[in-house]
Design a protein around this ligand. Structure first.
Ligand code: TYD
Length: 206
């Protein structure tokens, strides 16, 4: 029996990490076996790739960026996520292939279908059972992540126009795949969002 595969998406500062952790704690309290993981950087190899793709100084060609995320994903899904799902574990993951289609496709202006096909090839076609997008306007999210001591990574350093393209892309994805992808308003309170997350997850588990 395969475990449920749940992914979270959204702009930087949308509160994904908090919601991923709240969901994992809730599922654990229900006695479920959980794997909490993320991309990029869900494996040792992935941590090295994450460092290159987010923190290496200097320009990086858009297709090279897309391939690095895809390489991270291929290794992570093969060595961590698929074995867990195969053992019946519920996987709660911070970002997955929709991030690549939104950021490298809509953001960097690569062909969205090509970017998606690259990730589908990398993962032998693994799609989540449920994808939750935490949605908010780019300027709102930028204000949230702009602390004095915050060093922006290469994607966060992009302007509001880039992040608005990413946001708009997630809305399109939700229209195309309404059964898998659900948009939640990230400007709500942490607790309100968590309750909506619970409802969505319950609707998948029956
Ligand atoms: P993340 O670890 O979620 O950072 P944060 O917690 O700050 O949101 O993601 C790091 C960055 O990588 C984020 O700006 C989005 C970007 N990204 C892509 O551009 N493509 C991808 O396929 C993934 C997984 C992430």
């Amino acid at each position: 029996m395969s475990g449920l595969f749940i992914t979270f998406e959204g702009g930087d500062g949308s509160g994904k990490t908090t919601q991923v952790q709240l969901l994992a704690s809730w599922l654990e309290s229900l006695g479920k076996k959980i794997l909490l993981t993320r991309e990029p950087g869900g494996t040792d190899v992935g941590l090295e790739l994450r460092n290159i793709v987010l923190h290496r100084k200097g320009a990086l060609a858009p297709r090279a960026e897309a391939l690095l995320y895809a390489a991270d994903r291929a290794h992570h899904i093969y060595s961590v996520v698929k074995p867990a799902l195969g053992a019946g574990t519920t996987v709660v993951q911070d970002r997955y292939l929709d991030s690549s289609v939104a950021y490298q496709g809509a953001g960097r202006v690569l062909q969205e279908q090509e970017v998606k096909d690259l990730s589908l090839w990398a993962t032998e076609g693994l799609l989540p059972d449920l994808t939750i997008v935490l949605d908010a306007p780019a300027p709102y999210l930028r204000a949230r992540i702009s602390g004095d001591d915050r060093v922006f990574d290469r994607l966060e350093a992009e302007g509001d126009d880039f992040h608005e393209r990413v946001r708009e892309a997630y809305h399109r994805f939700a229209e195309v795949e309404p059964h898998r992808i659900h948009i939640l308003d990230a400007t709500q309170s942490v607790e309100d969002i968590h309750q909506q997350v619970r409802q969505l997850v319950s609707s998948k588990t029956g």
